[in-house]
Design a protein around this ligand. Structure first.
Ligand code: PLZ
Length: 466
């Protein structure tokens, strides 16, 4: 598996730094950016990409960095997968756009057929395509409200569903996503999540679901509730894997009460967690599923897929958008899904888990600043805390990501408390590169917390920012 994924790579799969980071060319670009790009757009790594392939991103100064972020869980098949690039070029040479609402084309229909086949459940399904995860979420809520004739929507603590007005309301975290951007869309209710590391010890998934359901029943009333939306594993909120049975109990209650159960699989979807979709691990069949990110190898495409009777309840013309299901993005999606099957990227995601989890667990056993190690497949995380306590340590988390970057590894953080290091490598990353990336993170933690590891940095300890 590793061999088949590494052999096909165009760029050398290695970490190598030829400048300190950011190098002079990235620094010059950062200056131009400051004078032209809105300050509100952040970037985790101040290095500008010139090329990317497999598990590496090469920057404009020629540094080859290990990519453990996949552009936030997007480039599972690689950022320049040859089959995807060829499909894009071939479609672009024929037509880049007609607008599916004006002159439809086969690619859109093919993507909908694939989504019906791949998503959980053997009921009749329909799909509608969009450009971004937030747009898919907005439309799933539109569909659920119209189909049920109800208005209330439940979202959870630590949820992330997007940055548009309705999805900001669904998203839990104030800073940076919501602060001063209100007023927010009404009729959104937030319920407690199952968060095993932070819940009272021993709280089962069923008990955590009961806690949420009891609040829904007393504060909203089932007959007012259109939908429950939940990420099967929360992404931006901290890679929170709910206790087993939590999702199933919520889905069962939703079914019994005519509430649409929406799985937001924008981050967890498309082989990332070692299944096509993360709700499969819990045996849950959602009524609607929102998809984006990994669907199209980096091209902007998103979807709502679900029960035919829900999607077909909407009047013709009620759903759409100029670019939704763009033909180039559809060609990329079909090629990406083809690559996931051909390279068995579901199996590869499981191999990544089997390779990385023991490394992270071993590290956790060495130090008292790792409160929790969790995740599934190639969606793994460590939660960093004050020594021996549950108190989040966002400063250490930031410092670890910065130290990893300084040594050539792009790693993302997340979490309501900003204290989670998350791993989202491209699924086509090779074993050696992944292990090298993990050892850099491990060394960063050892160095920053002054634990002497076997193969520590040669550099002086990086000072911890306050
Ligand atoms: N639902 C579960 O993870 C996007 C956004 C990062 P868009 N997550 C990364 C940021 O800071 O903007 C996401 C997600 C889940 C919805 C979305 C929204 O998807 O394609 O970014 O709109």
């Amino acid at each position: 598996m590793t061999d088949t994924t590494t052999r096909t790579h165009r760029l050398p799969q290695r970490r190598s730094l030829v400048t300190t980071l950011p190098g002079p060319r990235s620094t010059a670009l950062a200056q131009r950016r400051a004078a032209s790009v809105a300050a509100g757009v952040g970037s985790s790594a101040p290095v500008y990409a010139a090329d990317a392939d497999g598990g590496v991103i090469v920057d404009v100064d020629g540094n080859s960095l290990i990519d453990l972020g996949s552009g936030i869980a997007v480039t599972g098949v690689g950022a320049s997968n040859p089959a995807v690039a060829a499909a894009i070029a071939e479609q672009a040479a024929r037509f880049t756009h007609t607008c599916f609402m004006v002159t439809p084309y086969e690619g859109y229909v093919q993507v909908a057929e694939e989504l019906a086949a791949l998503t959980p459940g053997d009921h009749a399904k329909r799909s509608v395509l969009f450009n971004s995860g937030a747009e898919a979420v907005e439309n799933a809520i539109k569909i659920a409200r119209l189909a049920t004739g109800r208005t209330a929507v439940v979202a959870f603590d630590h949820a992330y569903h997007g940055r548009t007005n309705l999805t900001m309301a669904l998203t839990a975290k104030n800073m940076p996503y919501k602060s001063n951007f209100g007023p927010f869309a009404p009729e959104i209710y937030r319920m407690p999540m199952s968060y095993p590391f932070r819940d009272e010890a021993g709280l089962t998934g069923a008990e955590a679901a009961r806690r949420a359901i009891s609040r829904i029943e007393t504060q909203i009333g089932a007959d007012a509730l259109a939908a429950i939306i939940i990420e099967p594993i929360q992404g931006e909120g901290g890679f929170i894997v709910p206790a087993p049975g939590f999702l199933a109990a919520l889905a069962e209650w939703a079914k019994a009460n005519g509430v649409v159960f929406i799985a937001d699989e924008v981050q967890t979807g498309f082989a990332r967690t070692g299944a096509w979709f993360a709700c499969e691990h819990e045996g849950v069949v959602p009524d609607l599923i929102t998809l984006a990110k990994g669907i199209a190898g980096g091209m902007p495409l998103a979807a709502v897929t679900g029960r035919a009777e829900l999607l077909d309840a909407v009047h013709p013309g009620g759903l759409g958008g100029t670019y939704g299901g763009n033909p180039v993005a559809c060609a990329a999606a079909l090629a990406s899904i083809g690559q996931m099957k051909e390279l068995d990227l579901i199996g590869r995601a499981r191999e990544i888990e089997n390779l990385a989890l023991p490394v992270l667990r071993e590290l956790a056993a060495e130090t008292d600043v790792i409160g929790d190690v969790r995740g599934r497949g190639a969606m793994l995380a460590i939660e960093l805390v004050r020594p021996g306590a549950a108190e989040p340590d966002p400063a250490l988390t930031k410092a670890v990501a910065a130290a990893a970057l300084a040594h050539g590894v792009i790693v993302l953080t997340c979490g309501t408390f900003g204290n989670v290091i998350r791993l989202l490598p491209p699924l086509v990353i090779g074993d050696d590169l992944l292990l090298d990336g993990l050892s850099v993170i491990a060394d960063a933690i050892r160095t920053l917390t002054r634990i002497n590891g076997p193969a520590g940095f040669t550099d002086r300890p990086i000072p911890r920012s306050a």
